[in-house]
Structures are given as C-alpha cells and as structure tokens.
Design a protein around this ligand. Structure first.
Ligand code: ADP
Ligand code: UDP
Length: 233
C-alpha cells in the first residue's frame, strides 16, 4: 500500500510503502522535453510506459540482469526495490539520432560501428551536460569499480534489447538507463525503459515509435506508445 509521496518528477511519482526497502513507482501521463521547456499530457502514457517497462524488466531478469522491479501493482504502478540512484544518465547508442546529430554532425540513421556509451550528469538545473568518466570520478558520483559495472551492464542490456526489439520488428536506436545501489551495495538497473527513454524505429518503415513524436510534433504519439506496448507485452 502507498504511504507517503516522497518524490514527484516529470514523468513519475515515488511513494513509500510498509516495507522500508520498497517503493511504489507511479507513472504519470505528463510529458516533457527539452529540459522541461515543452510540456503536455499524452493520454494513457502512464499505463503504457509502466507496462512496457515491466515487460522489459521481466525479460532482462530472465537474462540475468538485476533490476529494481519487484511486481506490478496496477496498470500505472510498479513495486520496486528502493535504491540510492547514481546521479548519472547512461545513454547507449546503436544508430545516430538526437544529440549525436545536433552536436557532433552525425547523419540521422547512420549505423555506428559499435555501441557508443555516454554519460550525462543527472541535474535539471545544469541541463544534464554530457560528461566523461574523469568528471564522474572528480565529482565522486561513482568509483572506478562501480562505473565499470555500470558500463558492462549497459552494454549487456543493449545486446539483450537489440534482440528483444529486433524480434518484434523494432530497431533499438538509443536509450537511457539509470542505475542505483541497494542497501546491500549491489548495483541494479532502476527507473524505467520505455518509449520515453528509448528511440525505437519500426524496422520495415523506419517510423519513429517513441518520444520524438512528441518532441517534434509528429502526431500519433499515443498510438506509437500503444504500438510498442502491443509488440512487447
Ligand atoms: P525526473 O526526476 O527526471 O523528473 P521521473 O519523473 O522519472 O524523473 O522521476 C523518477 C525519479 O525516481 C527519478 O529521479 C529516478 O532517478 C528515481 N528512481 C527511479 N527508480 C528508483 C528506485 N528504485 N529508488 C529510488 N529512486 C528511484
Ligand atoms: N534520454 C532520456 N532522458 C534524458 C535525455 C535523453 O531518456 O534526459 C534518452 C532519449 O530518449 C534518447 C537517448 O536518451 O533515447 C539519447 O538522447 P539524446 O542525447 O539524443 O538527447 P535528446 O536530444 O533526445 O534529449
């Protein structure tokens, strides 16, 4: 049962439960982009992202990736293990899109020779800047051992999800992960994996089935999220 709201973010709310080490993560319909400058609601997004994330976390578990997911509570809520979140957004890319095109001059759709892992400082005030391993160590956000675990897990998740989505007719272009540490010191995958945090393109048509439809007013946003849910759940 939900006790107290302890955090309300842009896309989710976190509640304490009777269990000290468990939280309820509730998914909202709110959508934001460009560091909060663009805001709206996407009908049913909360329940779609919750159920898509659950299907992905369950699949990752069968492949040996530890995640915070414990069980589904309702269509838009999941019970999770409470962790201390690393203030790092880990992005992994297979195909050039988004900031890789904007900042580095890649051409959208170019396949990368190997997966590219990037780190962004998780800070709305600072606009989530791209930073290096050296910055992470200097800021003491993770030590060398923890970051090497995080990087290995990210690449393992990438391999698993390329196949998972590939079988469902979807190209995994890029995605963002968040990791946390449990009270026992184990590093596990947290947050969500959904069309809000991944770029997903239909393998046949190339149609964008993710938050870029919202970011760039491409229309059929809810339909795209629903299409992903239909293919993964
Ligand atoms: P934001 O904080 O960027 O606005 P959200 O609205 O998605 O993002 O809020 C969810 C928050 O919950 C994020 O800050 C995320 O790091 C945090 N979080 C996710 N999973 C857990 C967990 N298992 N334990 C503690 N915090 C978590
Ligand atoms: N991403 C995310 N949260 C962020 C920033 C990026 O989930 O705060 C995801 C984004 O949806 C995409 C990937 O990370 O799948 C790479 O994003 P990019 O750096 O291209 O940034 P964008 O221009 O999309 O903000």
């Amino acid at each position: 049962m939900k006790l107290n709201l302890i955090y309300e973010g842009k896309a989710k709310k976190l509640y304490t439960t009777e269990e000290e080490d468990m939280l309820i993560q509730e998914f909202k319909d709110d959508a934001t982009a460009f560091n909060g400058l663009k805001k709206d609601k996407i009908a049913h997004k909360g329940e779609l992202n919750n159920q898509i994330s659950i299907a992905i976390f369950e699949h990752l578990k069968t492949k040996g990736i530890p995640t915070h997911f414990i069980k589904k509570i309702s269509d838009n809520e999941m019970l999770v293990k409470k962790v201390s979140i690393f203030k790092i957004e880990v992005v992994c890319r297979n195909i050039a899109a988004g900031s890789l095109v904007k900042k580095f001059g890649f051409r959208e759709g170019d396949k990368l020779a190997s997966p590219l892992v990037e780190y962004y400082l998780k800070s709305d005030e600072l606009g989530d800047p791209l930073f290096s391993e050296e910055h992470i160590f200097a800021l003491k956000l993770a030590d060398k051992h923890d970051l090497s675990v995080i990087k290995k897990m990210t690449l393992a998740v990438n391999t698993i999800l390329i196949e998972f989505f590939g079988k469902r007719g979807i190209d995994l272009v890029d995605f963002k992960l968040e990791f946390g540490k449990t009270q026992f010191g184990n590093i596990i995958l947290a947050d969500e994996i959904s069309p809000d945090t991944c770029r997903l393109w239909d393998s046949q048509s190339g149609k964008k089935l993710d938050k870029d439809r919202f970011r760039f007013d491409l229309g059929e946003v809810e339909e795209a999220y629903q299409e992903i849910k239909n293919r993964v759940v």
